[in-house]
Design a protein. Structure first.
Length: 85
């Protein structure tokens, strides 16, 4: 079972930023993904979104997916193992 950390944010801070607690989690997830601190899977989990929803949000904000040569090579190897290449 995963441990859960509790973050206390004063309501007036949320009100000033015009954010709900859920909106704040999305903003944190997007920022951490953009900075390369979280994978897309963990970021979408933090945001409480499906992978498709999170990718759509990133695209709407002009945030490019993190996908490098190593990721491509892993995907090609997986496709070969599955007999799809």
């Amino acid at each position: 079972m995963n441990k859960v950390a509790t973050l206390r944010i004063p309501q007036d801070i949320l009100d000033s930023a015009r954010l709900t607690p859920e909106d704040l989690m999305v903003e944190i997830a997007v920022h951490l993904y953009e900075e390369g601190r979280l994978s897309i899977g963990k970021a979408r989990e933090l945001a409480g979104m499906s992978l498709g929803e999170f990718r759509h949000l990133l695209a709407a904000r002009g945030i490019s997916p993190h996908y490098d040569v190593e990721d491509l090579e892993e995907d090609i190897a997986t496709l070969r193992e599955l007999g799809r290449l």
